[in-house]
Design a binder for this molecule. Structure first.
Ligand SMILES: [Zn+2]
Length: 334
C-alpha cells in the first residue's frame, strides 16, 4: 500500500512509499482510508518537538483518518466489516481512574494514532476497535475535519456546563474550531456572541464582534451585560484574558487551543470575588466524537472542510499548512 512515511525529523524526511498492508491484531480493525486531516500535531512529529517528539521513526503520519472497516482482528465483531468510520486520534489506556470513570479525555496515559503507532496517511491503517467510530455514512472529509476539532469543543462545552439561554462569548470564532464552537453553542440554545479579529460570515443567528486585537475586544465588551461562559479557541492569552474579565458573577471560562500562550494574566481579585472559573480542555471523550458526528449528521454543524490535497501532494499540504486559514485541511487518500 502507499503510505506517507516520516524517516527523519524534517519535512524532506517525509516520502510516499510502498509499504506492507498492516494486519489487524486482537481487538483491532483494519480501515481502508478515504481521507485524513493535516494537523499541527503532524508538524510537531515532523519537527520532533513537543508531543511529536514521542514518535519513533520511521512512522506513518496521519492522526484522524476516515474510511471503511475492511477486516477485523481476533475478538472483534465481524458485523463491523463494511462500516464507515472515523478514527478518534487519542487512544485512552482504559485502566486508569479517569478511564474507569468514563473520562477518557483526561487519561494521563493516552497514546495517539500517527504518533505512538502508525497513522492514517496511508491506504490502510489498523486502530483499536473502540477508536474506529461509526460515522453512519457521513462524508469522510467532513468526519475527518470534525473528529479532532468539534469533539474537543463539545468536551469544552460540557466542562463548563454550557446550557440553553447562557450568554456565551466565543473568542477566535473565525477559525475551524471557532466555527464549530459557535455552531455547537447555538445548537445548545445559547445566546452567542462570536468575536474574531477579521470579518466573518455568521454560522447562525449569533452576534458578531470584529475586534482587531485584545484591547479592542476588551473595549467592545466593557460596560456590556457580561457572559455566563467564555469559550476561547484563539490560543491568544490577552484575548482569553479579555474574555475572563467580561464574565458575569460565577461565570465559567474554558480554552481549548494547543497553541495557547503561556503568559495568561488574570485579575486575581476580580476572579476570586466574582467566583469565576477557568478550565483547559485538550482532548475528547469517545461519546463527544459520537455527539459531534450526530450534530453534523443532523445539519447543525456546518462542514469544517477547507483546502483539499491528493495523497501525492501530502508533503505540500504539510508545507502549506501554517498559512491555511479557512477550514480543516484534508488529504484525499483514495
Ligand atoms: Zn486511562
Amino acid at each position: 500500500m502507499r503510505a506517507a512515511v516520516l524517516s527523519r525529523h524534517d519535512l524532506d524526511g517525509l516520502t510516499l512509499q510502498e509499504t506492507a498492508e498492516p494486519t489487524p491484531g486482537e481487538g483491532e480493525v483494519l480501515v481502508r482510508v478515504d481521507t485524513v486531516g493535516v494537523n499541527q500535531l503532524d508538524l510537531n512529529v515532523i519537527a520532533g518537538i513537543g508531543p511529536g517528539a514521542q514518535a519513533q521513526l520511521p512512522r506513518i503520519l496521519g492522526i484522524d483518518p476516515a474510511g471503511e472497516i475492511v477486516a477485523v482482528g481476533a475478538g472483534v465483531d465481524r458485523s463491523r466489516i463494511g462500516q464507515t468510520v472515523v478514527v478518534k486520534p487519542n487512544i485512552a489506556c482504559g485502566t486508569c481512574a479517569h478511564c474507569l470513570a468514563g473520562d477518557e479525555a483526561n487519561c494521563p496515559a493516552q497514546t495517539v494514532v500517527g504518533v505512538h503507532r502508525d497513522g492514517g496517511a496511508a491506504e490502510f491503517v489498523t486502530v483499536p476497535t473502540r477508536n474506529a467510530i461509526d460515522r453512519h455514512g457521513l462524508d469522510a472529509a467532513q468526519a475527518t475535519a470534525l473528529v479532532h476539532s468539534a469533539s474537543i469543543v463539545i468536551n469544552a462545552a460540557r466542562t463548563v456546563a454550557l446550557a440553553a439561554d447562557d450568554r456565551v462569548l466565543i473568542t477566535g470564532a473565525g477559525g475551524t474550531l471557532g466555527r464549530a464552537a459557535v455552531a455547537i453553542a447555538l445548537a445548545r440554545g445559547a445566546d452567542v456572541v462570536a468575536a474574531s479579529r477579521r470579518a466573518i460570515a455568521p454560522v447562525g443567528d449569533e452576534q458578531i464582534i470584529q475586534a482587531s486585537d485584545a484591547a479592542a475586544l476588551a473595549s467592545a465588551l466593557s460596560g456590556g451585560e457580561g457572559f455566563d461562559v467564555v469559550l476561547d479557541v484563539s490560543g491568544h492569552a490577552p484575548t482569553l484574558s479579555a474574555g475572563i474579565s467580561a464574565l458575569r458573577w460565577g461565570g465559567r471560562a474554558v480554552f481549548c487551543a494547543a497553541s495557547v500562550d503561556s503568559d495568561l494574566r488574570i485579575d486575581a481579585r476580580d476572579f476570586y470575588l466574582c467566583r469565576k472559573q477557568l478550565s483547559g480542555v485538550a482532548s475528547a471523550r469517545y461519546a463527544d466524537v459520537a455527539e459531534a458526528l450526530a450534530l453534523a449528521g443532523s445539519g447543525a454543524l456546518p462542514s469544517l472542510v477547507g483546502t483539499r490535497y491528493a495523497l501525492d501532494d501530502i508533503a505540500t499540504a504539510y508545507r502549506d499548512f501554517p498559512r491555511k486559514g479557512d477550514g480543516k485541511v484534508v488529504v484525499d487518500v483514495r
